[in-house]
Design a protein around this ligand. Structure first.
Ligand code: NAP
Length: 247
């Protein structure tokens, strides 16, 4: 059933859990109709759609591997047909697996660049011709880019590419009143960060920022809400580090 109504429309990639799910909840509260994109977690995405609809929001779940250009075209087609033209694009989908550069497999390199870089590129390219004037785009970098920790070579390289897209694309959209920014979170308590780490490692990351805790998905959703809301209108082409003062 079509959810089309007079609401601003947001696509949140990778919204089945973690930061993306928190962004979807927050944007629904702000009055957006939200497209919850996912690649494989259909059950979680459908449950979030039900939750948002139950509290009066408009939401749909759309399966699309952001690394696949055809999937991304289909994502935009579906959202336009079901919700209307896109006002906000949140490029949140991303993966992280750490390994020393010398031990990184071709498969890990391809997967990380495929999702983090090509995925962002695919949605930006669609947005270039399909987003409404006055729209907002938020890409996802990471504070790890500023920390240069061993093991993060491939991941940081992908986030450097995302920051490069952000700066250039903000200028390429001159005349359309569309802002393009990136958020670069520090450690946030999601499966991307927590999986595979010992309690000691997690405690040590928690102590790193002067605010002495891990970020929560809602901390990052608040920053995204600012960037896509009225108060963020004059922020463009920037990378906003949200990390409790870590770097
Ligand atoms: P997460 O909990 O692992 O969630 C990742 C989301 O991305 C899931 O919904 C997953 O859905 C989706 N996804 C993965 N591959 C996809 C693909 N090919 N196409 C579409 N969706 C895909 O991660 P998170 O911590 O929320 O991270 C969100 C973003 O924040 C990422 O860009 C990450 O790099 C960035 N970030 C996170 C942290 C942190 O500490 N957590 C710090 C800095 C930056 P499926 O299961 O359906 O694939």
């Amino acid at each position: 059933m079509s959810q089309r109504q007079a609401k601003r429309v947001a696509i949140v990639t990778g919204a089945s859990r973690g930061i993306g799910a928190a962004i979807a909840r927050r944007l629904a509260r702000e009055g957006f109709a939200v497209a919850i994109n996912y690649a494989s977690s259909a059950k979680e995405a459908d449950a979030l759609v039900e939750e948002l609809r139950a509290s009066g929001g408009a939401a749909i779940a759309v399966k699309a591997d952001v690394a696949n250009a055809d999937d991304v075209r289909h994502l935009f087609d579906t959202v336009e047909a079901e919700l209307g033209k896109v006002d906000a694009l949140i490029n949140n989908a991303g993966v992280l697996k750490t390994a020393p550069l010398a031990d990184t497999s071709d498969a890990l390199y391809d997967q990380t660049f495929g999702i983090n870089v090509r995925g962002t590129f695919n949605t930006l390219r669609e947005a270039a011709s399909r987003m409404k004037a006055g729209g907002r785009i938020v890409n996802f970098s990471s504070t790890t880019l500023a920390l240069n920790m061993p093991g993060y070579a491939i991941y940081n390289a992908t986030k450097a590419a995302v920051e490069a897209f952000t700066h250039v694309f903000a200028k390429e959209l001159r005349g359309r009143n569309i802002t393009v920014n990136a958020v670069a979170p520090g450690p946030v308590a999601t499966s991307l960060f927590l999986d595979g780490k010992t309690d000691e490692q997690i405690a040590s990351f928690s102590k790193m920022p002067p605010l002495e805790r891990l970020g929560q998905p809602d901390d990052i959703a608040s920053v995204v809400a600012f960037l896509v809301g009225a108060d963020g209108a004059w922020v463009n082409g920037q990378v906003l580090r949200a990390n409790g003062g870590l770097a």
